[in-house]
Design a protein around this ligand. Structure first.
Ligand SMILES: Nc1nc2c(ncn2[C@@H]2O[C@H](COP(=O)(O)OP(=O)(O)OP(=O)(O)O)[C@@H](O)[C@H]2O)c(=O)[nH]1
Ligand SMILES: [Mg+2]
Length: 427
């Protein structure tokens, strides 16, 4: 699937919610007036574009409508695509110009940091770069394991220490390893959650200081990963991390699962931090460089324009594939899909669950067997008791055979009777 096709698929929910509504609204107007702009602004706010940015977009549209003498409401879509593209432009490039360069990946827990690092590592490896991953999320052992899986799959080196060790020390080690091994890029994973926010920010600042001290002249990117499904909350997270970590760019993940993709505009416009990558799925090639034109087109262009763009891209891609060397093709095959990794993890978890369930079942069966044996034995004892009772009755021998004690001791009635008689009892 091509780049544009991916974005188109990934942005489908946002497109349906945002563009779908805008398109419908525009069709209900025959002329362009204030009411149209009010409704448009409202729809943009509903699409998580944010109040400030929505207003700015509308003001810009009004200006252009006037300048260009536009009267047909349908023309607004084209203008919208233009304005949004211009708004989003700037700062998309990732600086990896030095050897080594560092990419520090930060963000709250669960937003997709480790997955993004895996995808980035695979991307750089594909470009023939030597990559070292630094497992500086030492807060949980599982975080180190997860990064290790990615390192194996992407065929990248990993530098790690034990759970609970100093993250800055891990980064220090990774830098030393990169220098010694001549690596091109260090990508550091960090914790998304610590005991409190102050700790987390302090830790990130410390990691940053180590990088600046050890690699003062190197290219450094601090990428804040944000989960698009959180909408406006992503804007607040950017504000918080910006203070502590000096963010150079945003990776907006999980756009495929949300209609809140408009938040990209709010982040860029309100906070002036460029979006550098977008995550549109869990596959390894679902991390895409952020291209404002493509993004705006995927959101606002007509179906026909989109189909044409996708077709043109597919043709380009086919051409490129046929020119690709066998070596490159083989290398690409080895890059695993994220889904495969998760499938493997799921399968292992499933197998473990299965084996636990089997163990439990075995214990249950054993207990059931023992219970049954006890019941059988009790039945047998009861039967013998009854037999003895009836024999005793026949012999006019009265004894209490209901208690278990007497059951046990009254094993041989005839012998007991004669023994008791012999000892002068029952007389
Ligand atoms: N649909 C979708 N899922 C994603 C995307 N990026 C990441 N995920 C999923 O989000 C979940 C969390 O990803 P992680 O990479 O573990 O997140 P993290 O930020 O490292 O989390 P912590 O280490 O707990 O702080 C995983 O199930 C990923 O597969 C994306 O672009 N689209
Ligand atoms: Mg992680």
């Amino acid at each position: 699937m091509g780049f544009f096709e991916k974005i188109k698929e990934g942005l489908k929910k946002t497109r349906d919610a945002l563009f779908g509504r805008i398109d419908k609204m525009l069709k209900s107007f025959t002329k362009i007036d204030d009411e149209l702009f009010e409704e448009l602004e409202e729809l943009l706010v509903m699409g998580d574009v944010g109040m400030y940015t929505a207003e700015k977009i509308c003001n810009e549209l009004k200006k252009r409508v006037k300048e260009e003498g536009i009267t047909d409401p349908r023309e607004i879509k084209r203008l919208l695509e233009e304005v949004v593209t211009e708004m989003l432009k700037g700062g998309q490039e990732l600086d990896t110009s030095s050897k080594p360069s560092v990419i520090l990946v930060i963000g709250v827990n669960g937003v997709g940091k480790t997955t993004t690092i895996g995808k980035l590592a695979a991307k750089f490896k594909k470009d023939g770069k030597k990559v070292i991953l630094a497992a500086a999320d030492t807060f949980r052992a599982a975080a180190i394991d997860q990064l290790e899986i990615w390192a194996q799959r992407a065929n990248a080196d990993i530098v790690k220490q034990n759970e609970g060790s100093d993250p800055a020390a891990v980064v220090f080690d990774a830098i030393s390893a990169a220098k010694a091994r001549g690596a091109d890029i260090i990508i550091a994973d960090t914790a998304g959650r610590l005991h409190n926010k102050k700790n987390l920010m302090g830790e990130l600042a410390k990691i940053n200081r180590i990088i600046d001290r050890e690699l003062p002249d190197s290219a450094k990117e601090v990428l804040l990963v944000l989960d698009a499904t959180t909408g406006q909350n992503a804007v607040n997270q950017t504000k918080e991390f910006r203070e502590a970590a000096g963010i150079t760019g945003i990776v907006l993940t999980k756009l495929d699962g949300t209609a809140k993709g408009g938040v990209v505009l709010a982040i860029k416009e309100e906070l002036d931090v460029p979006v550098k990558f977008i995550g549109v799925g869990e596959q390894v090639d679902d991390l895409q460089p952020f291209v404002p034109e493509e993004f705006a087109k995927a959101l606002f262009a007509d179906e026909n324009t989109i189909e044409e763009a996708a077709k043109a891209e597919a043709a380009e891609e086919n051409k490129a594939i046929s020119e690709q060397t066998d070596d490159e093709a083989v290398q690409e095959e080895h890059i695993p899909a994220t889904a495969d990794i998760w499938a493997q993890i799921d399968a292992e978890a499933q197998a473990e669950k299965q084996s636990l369930a089997e163990d439990e079942e075995a214990v249950k069966q054993k207990e059931l067997g023992e219970q049954k044996a006890r019941e059988e034995a009790e039945k047998e004892r009861q039967r013998k008791r009854e037999e003895r009772k009836s024999r005793a009755k026949k012999r006019n021998w009265s004894t209490d055979t209901t208690s278990s004690e007497s059951t046990d001791t009254a094993g041989d009635d005839d012998w007991l009777k004669s023994w008791r008689e012999g000892n002068g009892e029952n007389k």
